[in-house]
Design a protein around this ligand. Sequence first.
Ligand code: SF4
Length: 94
Amino acid sequence: MVSNGMTSTTSGPEFAVAIDRARCDGEAKCFRLCPVRVFSLERPAPDLGWVKRAKVVLHGGRLAVVVNPSACIGCMACVEACPDRAVYVFRSDS
Ligand code: SF4
């Protein structure tokens, strides 16, 4: 975890995957589309603001987290599918 509002950042052998908590509204398209199960879903922290919590609840009550970044193959399906532009994938070996 880092302090600039980005969470779930961990490097794999070639790619790093991050979810911006400030943007993510819990639509979970990354979780559903990732072919190698990089993401999981978890309940939001208790201190999540009520507006954000309402959006998350509307989408099922869970937020995506990066749990298996070393599996990422860089297909970019998660980045392209996220309506909130909350997912970042970048080369970690350059
Ligand atoms: S780029 Fe592809 S493999 Fe990597 S996390 Fe996104 S959907 Fe999964």
